[in-house]
Design a protein around this ligand. Structure first.
Ligand SMILES: N=c1c2ncn([C@@H]3O[C@H](COP(=O)(O)OP(=O)(O)OP(=O)(O)O)[C@@H](O)[C@H]3O)c2ncn1[C@@H]1O[C@H](COP(=O)(O)O)[C@@H](O)[C@H]1O
Length: 134
């Protein structure tokens, strides 16, 4: 996947200075970052709507548009795909370290200290138990 995004990024860079009358990419650069951001947000919303509607073919098409608009915004912001891959690799490394943490549960005090319990009441949030943490 990173290969095709890198090729797309290079194509976007190459189109940046073309005639805005014929190149969508050049037109986006002419209009600036807020127009690019708007396009990216629109595509993201389209992906979300298609996913909620269960239209997986549309999710694929809109995802390709989303990635195109993301690479345009990267190019405008001076961010290179490599910068993103590096951040992803850093997170992968962190996860690797987390996997090495002791598996046994931490020993917790039987009664929470009054200071902590006063600041952070324990509230059961219905339906949030299985929620993924990012
Ligand atoms: N990969 C893409 C790419 N993916 C999606 N899109 C365009 O982005 C559109 C999606 O955005 P929209 O929904 O806003 O399109 P729209 O409904 O026609 O609306 P408007 O943008 O016209 O308002 C798609 O219909 C595509 O035309 C792309 N446009 C260009 N590229 C590549 O970018 C490079 C430069 O191309 P030009 O921009 O044509 O110079 C080339 O390598 C292209 O292949």
């Amino acid at each position: 996947m990173s290969d095709s995004l890198e090729r797309l990024y290079l194509a976007v860079l190459a189109a940046r200075d073309l005639d805005p009358a014929t190149s969508r990419t050049a037109r986006l650069f002419q209009r600036g970052p807020s127009k690019m951001a708007k396009k990216l947000a629109e595509e993201a919303i389209e992906v979300v709507i298609d996913a909620v509607n269960g239209d997986s073919e549309a999710v694929v098409r809109e995802s390709a548009d989303l990635l195109y608009n993301l690479t345009v915004l990267w190019a405008s912001a001076g961010v290179r795909p490599d910068d993103v891959w590096r951040e992803m690799a850093r997170r992968e490394d962190m996860l690797g370290i987390a996997e090495k943490l002791p598996k046994s549960p931490m020993k917790l005090p039987k009664v929470a200290s009054p200071r902590i319990s006063a600041r952070r009441p324990i509230v059961a949030l219905e339906g949030r138990a299985g929620r993924k943490r990012h």
